[in-house]
Write a protein that binds this ligand. Sequence first.
Ligand SMILES: [Zn+2]
Ligand SMILES: [Zn+2]
Length: 335
Amino acid sequence: MTIFWTPRAGLVGLMLCTAALITALPSAQAETAAPPSCAVELVVLGAGQDAGAPQIGYAADPAWQDPQQRLTGSALALIETGTGHRYLFDASPHLGDQLARLDRLDPSPSPTPRPNLGLSGIFLTHAHIGHYAGLMWLGREAAGTAGIPVHAMPRLQRFLETNGPWDQLVRLGNIRLVALSDRTPMRPSPQFSVTPYRVPHRDEYSETVGFLIETPQKRALYLPDIDSWTDWARDFDTRLEDLLPDLDLAFLDATFFDDDELPGRDMSLIPHPRVSDTMDLLQALPASVRQRVQFIHYNHTNPIRWPESDATRQVYERGYKIARAGDRHCLFEGN
Ligand SMILES: [Zn+2]
Ligand SMILES: [Zn+2]
């Protein structure tokens, strides 16, 4: 098979820090303190499927009454503490709430709003609403940003350049599109790189990628949407079970827990690896490797959404973890 990336054999920090620094409390809204020495930190801003929860039309969802139960769309932020630079992975339609969370975790040193929302760049996985529609908040009607670099694959870049209202963001210079290339690292800073990896997904308007985020100490994979692990192996010669041992963190598509989740719908028509199947696929790996999985991008119907559910208990009993908004992971302790 194709080597996904070069294994980092022998790097001492790799195994030493993984367990100690990864926060994975199964709480809904944990906001914990960053390790004081952390130079590059990854923060979970949202862990829901595109539409989040409560989902439109589901009046009985308790999250309508209790904001603590809300789910925002899957997104991560990377904070480089020394420079103050902050980057987003995906621009969820819930970007306003997510940026407020980020600002609580990483407050501005000055009372005045940060220029450009304090964002030095945005990396987009694909053109489904939960992953790019948050760009709308950067335009004239809202923040009116100036030249925020938006990193996108070529089809996604063309889509944004040639379709309203996104083309206006480009024309007015609210965003500046930066081309990504499959499996080609880009290095926004000497402290980390970002490499897109194409994955099979419904690519109506754009390619779909996952991102490998690497520092000198850690590797994290952000892969919120994929049709199936089998298709990835068949079409892109890449096997999840081979990759995981070379990662420290893997944020993986957990849209549905199993096939019983949408009564009355033929779920075979809705591709996405089920959480139960992904756990089966990886179960033969050592516990120290399985615990690197952080399930993310769960649908409002997925019972892992609820920290006290039986499904959540199963995930932890089998040695995996569930990403929750507010989780913080140190990727580089610095020099
Ligand atoms: Zn999605
Ligand atoms: Zn999608």
